[in-house]
Design a protein around this ligand. Sequence first.
Ligand SMILES: O=C(O)c1ccc[n+]([C@@H]2O[C@H](COP(=O)([O-])O)[C@@H](O)[C@H]2O)c1
Ligand SMILES: Cc1cc2nc[nH]c2cc1C
Length: 344
Amino acid sequence: MMTIQKLDKQRGEEVRQYHQTLTKPQGSLGRLEELAVQLAEITGQVFPAVTPPGVIVFAADHGCTSEGVSAYPKEVTAQMVTNFLSGGAAINVLSRSIGAALKIVDIGVAADIDGIELSTRKIKRGTNNFCVEDAMTREEAIEALNIGREETEMMIRHDAIKCLITGEMGIGNTTSSSAIMAVLSGKPIETITGPGTGIDTEKIKHKQQVIKKAIRLRSPDPDDPIDVLAKIGGLEIGGMAGAMLAAAAHRIPILVDGFISTVAATLAERISPGAADYMIIGHLSTEPGHDLVIQMLGKMPLLDLGMRLGEGSGAALAFPLLEAATNILSGMATFDSAGVTNKE
Ligand SMILES: O=C(O)c1ccc[n+]([C@@H]2O[C@H](COP(=O)([O-])O)[C@@H](O)[C@H]2O)c1
Ligand SMILES: Cc1cc2nc[nH]c2cc1C
């Protein structure tokens, strides 16, 4: 789909060496040092910049909500988009606190939403119920990826963003994400499926049955990520995967949010191997499948705050750590410049 270059290991090595000249015991900044190396490898810069960050929230509805899999009614998706547009959601607050440009994309909400601030890119009014038919056609899945890519490229051009944070809003999307993960990982549905917005144990069992039925009836090809996205995925999940592919192609670091976002990240990596090199996992969500999907990507989350909101919120909270990692590089004195004695 898009060419993703290899990481710039040379720049990473330069940063690793430079870190040893800064006024601190070697390695004492722990994962912040690793983060600086990864950011150098991603951007190809010894002093990488991550500001300003850009947050894109993709919103869409899910046909599987008619199976009773969420704690909240499906109308909440559209209502929350209106809330994003008025500035009152958690991601509005967190975007403001990190100085991020925020874009909301309606890629498939099942209601008409007005708002000049809204990017209306509706592919359809929510996915089909994947217990009955494919969630979307292959063409629609590709369109979702393309919209994600286009919206990201617009943000790179207009807002000159230096870090991409992807978020989502979609009642029912933990069911779709759990189904995708079960197919991609081959792991038992019971180890992946969780409460989402907050259903009880009985309802989680029902959600697992719904997912099993969908996978049996749709039988997506685990080796074809676009087939998986089309048959059991979501429009916002496709949008996020496309956004991540665009950021990786532009050598822009991607700060990934919770369970749904990380499932989209896994699809992006399956579509274009190497994309995950450009990703950093912001936080560990309490949704049980998140740990597994992070491990499959070979990553470790930065924060563990017991959150399970989505919208990009956990990633936005982790952003100051990226900023700190780059500020340390450009702002700290060296042993030489400060006249501090280095170890023998
Ligand atoms: O990011 C997460 O890890 C996360 C975990 C659980 C729920 N969510 C959010 O809750 C919604 C999906 O939950 P559900 O129960 O309707 O499938 C969707 O709007 C997500 O943004 C998000
Ligand atoms: C209110 C509400 C806000 C959300 N934000 C992301 N997912 C959400 C789900 C609900 C129910």
